[in-house]
Design a protein around this ligand. Structure first.
Ligand SMILES: [Zn+2]
Length: 103
């Protein structure tokens, strides 16, 4: 019995690897927090706080996060997402992603 099986086929929000393992953090008696732990980049993420519910596909968000890490301005990122993916996002959306995915 392996509770850590990645049965949902989640992929890492940071590096898109499927080598992620399900971990349950016990916060108190009534609240459990489920997180995923990525074996490839050693980062943790919460699936519920991840890409589900976002209007944009993960590769767009990943591209934006990469651009932020490369110190591109929000204006540049908006423009390049529009050019590369023909997707319009606001600067605020990118800031929201940044808050979610980059700490
Ligand atoms: Zn990863």
């Amino acid at each position: 019995m392996n509770n850590n099986l990645n049965s949902d086929n989640e992929e890492c929000v940071y590096c898109a690897s499927k080598e992620v393992f399900f971990v349950q953090l016990r916060k108190n008696k009534s609240t459990n927090k489920n997180i995923y732990y990525c074996e490839i980049c050693n980062r943790k993420f919460t699936p519920n706080d991840g890409f589900k519910g976002f209007r944009h596909p993960p590769f767009v968000i990943k591209a934006a996060m990469r651009a932020i890490k490369n110190n591109q301005s929000l204006g540049q990122i908006v423009q390049s997402l529009n050019q590369n993916f023909n997707i319009r996002v606001s600067r605020k959306t990118i800031l929201d992603w940044k808050r979610k995915f980059l700490n």
